[in-house]
Design a binder for this molecule. Structure first.
Ligand code: ADP
Ligand code: MG
Length: 252
């Protein structure tokens, strides 16, 4: 493995990283590198360590072993999976955008407009729809002027049109900024059509590569089965039908 060259070129990488909570090893021996401008999607069942992987890359969790390398001064925008706050707290959008880093009012206004929810600064977070909240979370991440945008299930709770609109927005943002995108997603159809690289995680990296390669990998199939929707509508070969695994379609 060309480690020296890789370490020099990649803005964000993990090398042989393991994470333990108490006695439980949640991630083991994970190697991952994010290259400038690429879209990398992490998929895997519930509890497979996806959010933990993002948080260890961000520096929010210390690995038990191994090493995370972030290029000096790397700007990361982060959209967490859920907000660690009380929904009844009377927090305005404007205040929220300045947590934890204080942002200028004009920058906040521009970011909200950019993500399609202009003028909602004064609204209480608790009154927003699911789609509005995800856009506010994205606006907050964009205020970091990220070179890497890290999103943890960004379309969770959105309906199909809302999900499509959100991914279109992310695509536009990437085209404008050239930011790399690292995300966790269960939207397999989008994952398989819009990612440069897919990482299949289950405590360790089961397989990774171009969407088409991963969709055909036995490790992926064991985890996600052979459904009619999502990835396999795109990539399944006619002779590969295997309905024995259909009950795993909703595996997350
Ligand atoms: P995923 O995002 O793939 O659903 P997570 O990374 O959130 O999975 O969690 C992986 C495992 O680690 C789960 O068993 C979860 O309960 C556990 N876990 C996550 N965060 C913590 C924590 N802060 N303390 C203890 N256990 C945790
Ligand atoms: Mg998660």
């Amino acid at each position: 493995m060309p480690r020296l060259r890789g370490a020099h070129m990649t803005p964000l990488s993990a090398e042989d990283v393991s994470v333990r909570f108490g006695g439980a090893e949640v991630l083991r021996n994970v190697d991952i590198a994010i290259h400038p401008g690429e879209i990398v999607t992490v998929i895997g069942p519930n509890g497979s360590g996806k959010s933990t992987l993002l948080r260890v890359l961000l520096g929010a969790i210390r690995p038990a072993t191994g090493k995370v390398t972030r290029k000096q001064g790397l700007a990361i925008g982060y959209m967490p999976q859920r907000l660690a706050m009380d929904g009844r707290m009377p927090l305005t959008v404007r205040r929220f955008l300045s947590l934890p880093v204080r942002r200028r009012a004009d920058a906040a206004r521009a970011a909200l407009a950019r993500v399609g929810v202009p003028g909602i600064e004064g609204q209480s977070l608790a009154t927003l729809s699911g789609g509005q909240l995800q856009r506010v979370l994205l606006a907050r991440a964009l205020l970091a002027v990220p070179q890497i945008l890290i999103m943890d299930e960004p379309t969770q709770g959105l309906d199909q049109p809302g999900t499509a609109a959100f991914y279109k927005l992310v695509e536009d943002v990437r085209a404008e900024t050239g930011a790399a995108i690292l995300m966790v997603s269960h939207d397999l159809h989008v994952v398989m059509s819009a990612s440069d690289r897919v990482i299949c995680l289950n405590g360790h990296v089961c397989c990774q590569g171009a969407p088409k390669v991963v969709a055909n990998a036995p490790e992926y199939r064991a985890l996600f089965g052979l459904g009619t929707g999502g990835a396999f509508a795109l990539y399944q070969h006619a002779h590969d039908h295997d309905h024995d695994h259909a009950e795993q379609d909703d595996a997350r």
